[in-house]
Design a protein around this ligand. Structure first.
Ligand code: HEM
Length: 467
């Protein structure tokens, strides 16, 4: 027994001393030494929701490449993007992307062999292609009218004459994703059901169980759905001629709901938070929308929404400031050289996407401010820098978000519909500082505090009454 204790203790001590020794392959990289013992600091930071800010502070202190774990480097450099995420090295996702419980299941988001990943991605891409998502438009439209009605109803029922826009978005996006992924949904927005487990509990385990049950229900429907949904594509023969096993389908369902629903809801809330914090931009957006759509009730054609640069600028600016995620990869055999620094094989590397998205070299002036005009021709004046390559909200390369086009389409539509329908402001009870402190950056934007708003219907906006 004593032998075991002595052996274990000396192995741990040896391993820890090695991590601090000049013989460690990452010894030449600076960083906070207490972080080199293990990856616990990084895990703790990820859970805090403030990882992006802490990593940014470390880059300010230590420079462009910082050792943030015993085998992990954070890299704050635009020129690192191609080697880290581009096709030349095809770096694999790190173990952070293993499925909870290390289940032997293939699902697009999680860590996979690249060939398998490519094959599954082709199916998802078909299900989210422009021709497939065209079918969703009438549903997006109808569900967004329901959202507008729901916002009014909830405000009317509230004591302080205000409503939680973030909760409304959460229910709306869940409804829409459930419809697009699995042909129908519980219609949270229509029923106004509160305390809904999948939404309220962010626990991935419960989330997975619920989406698995939805997938079982969807399989029973066969093709008897109101819409040719994403599951129709997944349920058809996969490209190699084999059908996708049930456990894979269950996890794909969770990926669609979590990856496609919560992300949109979080960004929508942030868009409205910024617009209402800068009422001049809310007004400017209303004016440009009214210039394009003279009747606030008219069909909001996607091609016309895309053609409104200020709307695009508002979305990209909210993504830039709030959607900066962490994408760790493993350096392949042979290592990689970034900006003249050699990084050995097996090292975990990730770009500091938040630092890039607020770097004055990429976004200037006022890189920390919400200034949607920076994305327009002429930007913020002759010295403007707006480098679209540094906007990493959807990642890039092999693992780029497969729902990116659909996400933009939904964001454009719902923002336009709500701005055309309502004048909005914060109620007196809204605590901006507490709201900002409660913005967490995890795999998506999570809000600890509700985004409280007060809406007033605009003249001419006849929102269908869905009571
Ligand atoms: C504003 C909305 C969205 C944002 C900001 C977003 C962001 C991202 C990011 C950053 C990744 C890469 C994650 C990583 O490598 O760690 C990703 C991947 C993914 N996203 Fe999205 N996403 C959004 C909407 C959607 C939608 C609407 C869907 C589908 C319905 C979707 C489905 C996926 C899937 C399946 C992946 C995995 C892709 C792969 O690994 O090949 N996302 N998303």
């Amino acid at each position: 027994m004593l032998y075991v204790v002595v052996f274990t203790t000396s192995s741990i001590l040896l391993s820890v001393s090695y991590r601090f020794s000049p013989f460690h392959p990452l010894a030449s990289y600076p960083g906070p030494r207490s972080w080199w013992i293990s990856d616990l600091q990084l895990v703790h930071l990820a859970m805090s929701g403030k990882r992006h800010q802490k990593l940014h502070q470390l880059h300010m202190q230590y420079g462009p490449i910082v050792r943030v774990g015993h085998n992990t480097l954070s890299i704050n450099s635009l020129s690192s993007l191609n080697p880290l995420y581009g096709p030349a090295l095809s770096m694999e996702k790190s173990d952070m992307y293993r499925l909870p419980g290390h289940r032997d299941v293939m699902s697009l988001f999680f860590k996979q062999d690249l060939d398998l990943h490519n094959e599954r991605k082709q199916i998802w891409t078909k299900g989210l292609s422009a021709s497939a998502t065209k079918n969703y438009i009438p549903f997006i439209e109808q569900r967004t009218w329901e959202l507008a009605s729901y916002i009014e109803r909830r405000q009317a029922a509230s004591k302080e004459d205000a409503t939680s826009l973030s909760e409304c978005f959460s229910h709306w996006s869940y409804d829409l994703l459930a419809l697009m992924a699995k042909g129908d949904s519980e219609r949270l927005v229509l029923t106004g059901k509160k305390g809904m487990v999948a939404i309220e509990s962010k626990a991935m385990v419960k989330y997975s169980a619920i989406s698995a049950a939805m997938m079982h229900k969807r399989i029973k429907l066969n093709n008897d759905t109101s819409i040719r949904d994403l599951s129709s594509y997944l349920l058809e023969e996969s490209l190699s001629g084999k059908s996708i096993p049930l456990p894979d389908l269950e996890v794909e369902a969770a990926t669609a709901l979590f990856g496609g629903g919560d992300t949109i809801a979080g960004i929508l809330s942030m868009v409205f938070f910024y617009l209402l914090s800068h009422p001049q931009y809310y007004k400017q957006l209303y004016d440009v929308l009214r210039a394009e759509f003279s009747d606030p009730m008219e069909h909001l054609e996607g091609s016309r929404l895309v053609g409104i640069p200020f709307l695009g600028g508002v979305i990209d600016e909210a993504l830039r400031l709030q959607a900066a995620f962490y994408f760790p990869r493993i350096v392949p055999p042979g290592g990689v050289t970034i900006d003249g620094s050699f990084i050995p094989e097996g090292t975990i590397v990730a770009v500091a996407s938040y630092s890039q998205q607020i770097d004055p070299k990429n976004f200037y002036p006022d890189p920390l401010e919400f200034r949607p005009e920076r994305w327009l021709p002429g930007g913020l004046g002759p010295d403007t820098k707006t480098d679209r390559n540094a906007l990493l909200s959807f990642s890039m390369g092999h693992h780029v978000c497969v729902g990116k086009a659909l996400a933009y389409q939904q964001l454009q539509y719902v923002i336009a519909r709500l701005v055309l329908s309502f004048d909005m402001s914060f109620p007196e009870s809204f605590d901006k500082e507490a709201f900002c402190n409660g913005i967490l950056n995890k795999r998506t934007v999570i809000l600890e505090k509700p985004l409280l708003v007060r809406v007033t219907r605009r003249p001419g906006a006849e929102i269908p009454d869905l009571k």
